[in-house]
Design a binder for this molecule. Structure first.
Ligand code: NAD
Ligand code: UDP
Length: 331
């Protein structure tokens, strides 16, 4: 029986954060979910609100907060390109000031703190697949930079607090993850394609669909993150967590159409600027140090995700931003 801990999950009402909260509540820990609900809604955590060991605080992570905790999962940050480009300056603030705030809290309370970093630190990679030693190819002045550079700066802060103040850190670089509790209007490729296919609308391929991504099912991802948090202090990362199964975006579209038996057609829209052409995690380190690798293949994970979206009452969800990329879900 593991000892009971006080755990803070920033961004805990979001897609990944809500799954981490649920796992921690089920294990009996005392869980604080901190979120300003920018890109999520309370629906993701309503089932936890009645649990005595769960608490929700509506708060912006860029603002100071004092809490006494043993562990922090720092998940707060808009993650979909549509959301993080909506207010790019705020995105950079969330990454940098959010990191400073949780690191300060960790320093004061001697908590262990895990940063949700991203494959975006590799930018549009010219090394394939991407190992953690690859330093990346990020355009520092492009439209994705607010997120990519924000997350890179957050990694820097984590390592400097570790070296300068002895803060016990963990850094995970998350690759594209999908599954139940993604916001239906977050504009990411899996949620977009499934909703479009279920409604019989055109499937919006950006560019010719030859760009690749490697998709990890949420349960696998959460298991990897928790193993990293609970792993030895000698392995602080950064570590890639993702599924090496690589697909073109066109292949994903065709698979979703087949699995939903949809009559949707593919339409081509302009490729957003700086959209990475390829992405695949090298997970050698995660296998070695965490004994972790994904177990759920794309088609299996899509079955569960399609089932989730097909039962969702979309009228209960508002579009978090009026970004033009939401046009496809406005039709
Ligand atoms: P999400 O948008 O569903 O969740 C992010 C959560 O953070 C939301 O609940 C949002 O309201 C909250 N948030 C945003 N700004 C905040 C602020 N200023 N203060 C407090 N809360 C705030 O996205 P997600 O997919 O669950 O991503 C969670 C984390 O994992 C993010 O840090 C993201 O960068 C990282 N990540 C996710 C993926 C992925 O594929 N899902 C890939 C790489 C990295
Ligand atoms: N994409 C697409 N159609 C959509 C949404 C996304 O073709 O409706 C593409 C996008 O251009 C990118 C890939 O799918 O190449 C993954 O996009 P997503 O926004 O999910 O995340 P990213 O990995 O780019 O951060």
């Amino acid at each position: 029986m593991p000892s009971l801990k006080r755990i803070l999950v920033t961004g805990g009402a979001g897609f990944l954060g809500s799954h981490i909260c649920e796992r921690m509540v089920d294990e009996g820990h005392d869980v604080i979910c901190l979120d300003n609900l920018f890109t999520s809604q309370k629906q993701n955590i309503t089932h936890l609100l009645t649990r005595p060991n769960f608490e929700f605080i509506r708060h912006d992570v860029t603002r100071d907060i004092w809490l006494e905790v043993d562990e922090i999962y720092n998940m707060a940050c808009p993650a979909s390109p549509v959301h993080y480009q909506y207010n790019p300056i705020k995105t950079m603030k969330v990454s940098v000031m959010g990191a400073i705030n949780v690191l300060g809290m960790a320093k004061r309370t001697r908590a262990k703190v895990l940063q949700a970093s991203t494959s975006e630190v590799y930018g549009d990679p010219d090394v394939h697949p991407q190992p953690e030693s690859y330093r990346g190819n990020v355009n520092p002045i492009g439209i994705r930079a607010c997120y990519d550079e924000g997350k890179r700066a957050a990694e820097t802060l984590f390592f400097d607090y570790h070296r300068s103040n002895g803060v016990n850190i963990r850094v995970v670089r998350i690759f594209n993850t999908y599954g139940p509790r993604m916001h239906p209007f977050d504009g990411r490729v899996v949620s977009n394609f499934i909703i479009q296919a279920l409604k019989g609308e055109d499937i919006t391929l950006y560019g010719d669909g030859s760009q690749t991504r490697s998709f990890c099912y949420v349960d696998d991802l959460v298991e990897g993150i928790i193993r990293m948090m609970n792993g030895p202090d000698s392995f602080i990362g950064p570590v890639n967590i993702g599924n090496p199964g690589e697909f073109t975006i066109k292949q994903l579209a065709e698979l979703v159409i087949k699995m939903t038996k949809s009559k949707s057609k593919l339409v081509k829209l302009p490729l957003p600027k700086d959209d990475p052409t390829q992405r695949q995690p090298d997970i050698t380190l995660a296998k070695k140090h965490l004994k972790w690798e994904p177990t759920i293949a794309l088609e299996q994970g899509l079955v569960k995700t399609i089932d989730y979206f097909s039962k969702l009452d979309l009228r209960q969800f508002r579009k978090p931003t009026d970004h033009t990329a939401h046009k496809s879900s406005n039709r």
